[in-house]
Design a protein around this ligand. Structure first.
Ligand code: ZN
Ligand code: ZN
Length: 439
């Protein structure tokens, strides 16, 4: 009788020591599933990226890259539409469950820069423009963006049964041209299937691989420009009273525009005017017949871009008028400012923090650069994330012939964007449209 408590204790002790769960592998959560697929497909994706990098193509000439993307999409079982806005591709993945439609976009074009990175897969592509030969290089990381797009498409095609809704994979031409996205929209990319939200990444040359940055609200600027010609009769430099001096008038225009920004615009409405080109004259003693100025104008919001245009036109008219100089001004609105929907950004940040850890998801300041993903963001609420790819100790920036991207950023982009899209699809469409796109 006395032995019974001892036996019972031993049995309880042994039961306690047994593993609490059966010994078969536990069900992976969605992030783990994505992770294991990414690990499996990464070597192939890296060689694809190097292939795209080595065969860089200029804006509106992305024939090879576009064909490669279309082939990959077809191999993944996506419905593929080609030739949208030039070389644009739309890949449609219909998930295993019903749900909303969301989109992921990447740009495919490279730049007229001769690569000098010394990488084994450096681009040797050449092109001729205006009679001049130069190299073609992926110096803005669009090869990385395309690879992330292909990676996310591969992951979500494998997880089709977990995809509740439809995913549009958009491979866009001519971002550096500033109008590839606009061309795709004008050619009706979304005419019969419109996403409720769009996402994209752009490489960030200030952050190492493993980091993702975000900017809620306005992240990148309106990219507008003007060309100004100031005319004169021309005369001897020793008799300046006999004609208008277009160089002096042009110099006054340059300075007046800077004063206008400092004194006539609200300080909290960021505005930059840079006259980056000023050409006139052929000799020290001749007042030339014309001066040509070209400028870029960066602002946020349609109201500010209109206001600044009015003030620039007024300033130029009055400075030239005061000197009696005829002029011709050609003003153009380029890509609109990139606006990250704040509510959608919050959701994206929550998912990114879950996937790569809170410390690796960093809020950044807005930038006065431009990005034509903004055309999509004017159609539907969108978020553009900045993807860290800066190699250790590297200083070369985007658009430099020495620019190198750390490929370790690629799996980070794929993991984050796959999770972001799956999450967006689980939310009702009404929640995907927190506010109308801002202009
Ligand atoms: Zn660029
Ligand atoms: Zn770019």
């Amino acid at each position: 009788m006395k032995r019974i408590p001892a036996i019972a204790f031993t049995i309880v002790f042994l039961l306690f020591c047994l593993p609490s769960k059966p010994a078969y592998p536990k069900e992976l959560n969605i992030d783990e599933k994505i992770n294991s697929i990414v690990k499996e497909i990464l070597p192939e994706l890296i060689s694809l990226r190097r292939d795209i990098h080595a065969h860089a193509e200029l804006s509106l000439q992305e024939k090879r890259t576009s064909a490669l993307v279309a082939d990959r999409f077809k191999a993944l079982g996506l419905e593929v539409r080609t030739g949208i806005g030039g070389m644009g591709i739309l890949g449609i993945l219909r998930g295993g469950k019903p749900g909303p439609v969301v989109g992921l976009r990447a740009d495919m074009d490279a730049l007229p820069i001769t690569e000098d990175t010394g990488l084994p897969f450096a681009s040797k592509e050449r092109a001729i423009r205006e009679g001049k030969e130069f190299g073609v290089m992926h110096a803005c990381g669009h090869d990385i963006h395309t690879t992330v797009l292909l990676g996310v498409a591969s992951v979500l095609a494998r997880l089709k049964s977990d995809v509740s809704g439809t995913v549009l994979f958009v491979a866009q031409p001519a971002e550096e041209h500033g109008d590839g996205a606009r061309r795709m929209l004008e050619e009706g990319i979304f005419k019969d299937i419109k996403p409720a939200a769009m996402f994209a990444v752009h490489v960030d040359d200030t952050a190492p691989a493993g980091i993702v940055k975000y900017v809620p609200g306005y992240a990148l600027a309106n990219v507008d420009s003007f060309s100004l010609a100031i005319f004169s009769e021309g005369c001897h430099g020793a008799n300046a009273h006999l004609c208008v001096d277009p160089i002096v008038v042009g110099a006054q225009v340059v300075v007046s525009l800077q004063v206008m920004v400092a004194r006539q615009l609200y300080v909290h409405r960021d505005t930059v005017i840079t006259v980056g080109s000023f050409h006139a004259g052929s000799a020290s003693n001749i007042i030339p017949e014309r001066a040509d100025l070209r400028a870029t104008i960066r602002t946020y919001g349609d109201d500010q871009r209109r206001l600044v245009r009015e003030k620039i036109e007024r300033t130029i008219a009055n400075v030239c008028g005061a000197a009696g100089a005829r002029n011709s001004l050609d003003y153009a609105f380029g890509t609109p400012a990139m606006y990250n929907d704040p509510d959608l950004t919050k959701e994206v940040v929550t998912i990114a923090e879950r996937v790569i850890g809170k410390a690796n998801v960093v809020q950044d300041l807005p930038d006065m650069g431009g990005e034509d993903f903004s055309f999509f963001a004017r159609e539907v609420p969108s978020v553009l994330l900045n993807l860290g790819i800066q190699p250790k100790g590297a200083t070369a920036t985007l658009h430099s012939p020495y620019f190198v991207a750390d490929e370790a950023g690629i799996p980070v982009g794929i993991r984050v964007m796959s999770a972001v899209i799956l999450d967006a699809l689980t939310r009702p469409e009404s929640k995907l449209k927190p506010s109308p796109p801002k202009r």
